[in-house]
Design a protein around this ligand. Sequence first.
Ligand code: AKG
Ligand code: FE2
Length: 202
Amino acid sequence: MGHFPASCRDPLLEYHRVMAEFGKKKIGALLSEALGVGAEWLEKTMQMEAASMASHYYPPCPEPAKVIGGMDHTDPFLFTVLVQDAVGGLVVHVDHGEWIDVPPVAGTLLINITELLKVFSNDEYISIDHRVRVKSMKESRVSIALFFNPSDSHIIEPLPELVTADKPRRYRSFTMTEFMESRKGKFGNGSSSIQQFALTSE
Ligand SMILES: O=C(O)CCC(=O)C(=O)O
Ligand SMILES: [Fe+2]
């Protein structure tokens, strides 16, 4: 970010620093604890890091209904922390092909559970397809997504603690390299690629 003006770079770096810590210590801990594997699983065992951050700017459009703001996709990795302004436009895909609005709520963060956490949780958690509609003819929209990754060296597979007779293992083991390969060309296509690692239940 060396070429960014300091007035933009410094707050972004500060946001990243604070939110990376918050994501590890609080959100990661809650998500780990809820899976029953101890609060430190994501931070310590998975060596989770806030590895990348995307700052989005969606310009206003005179004919919003005719344009796509952001294409249909699932986020990779473990979870995403999204902060958005008051304009709105994020929509998520729920069952039966329905898309619903996620209206912005002032002062809140949106946590999106993503593909690898779905696999680790043996489908206890879901990863949701989402996209962005341009809503406004007059106002631009800004959002910032911070993506939390496991270390590249980890094998991705359902946690043994979450595989039971009632809920057999849903995915085979795979590497981060295989996962990244599986996502190529998927963006904008309702992109979940983890289905290719799914085990068929007999
Ligand atoms: O701008 C948004 O609300 C969503 C951005 C997003 O989906 C992403 O960065 O993965
Ligand atoms: Fe996303």
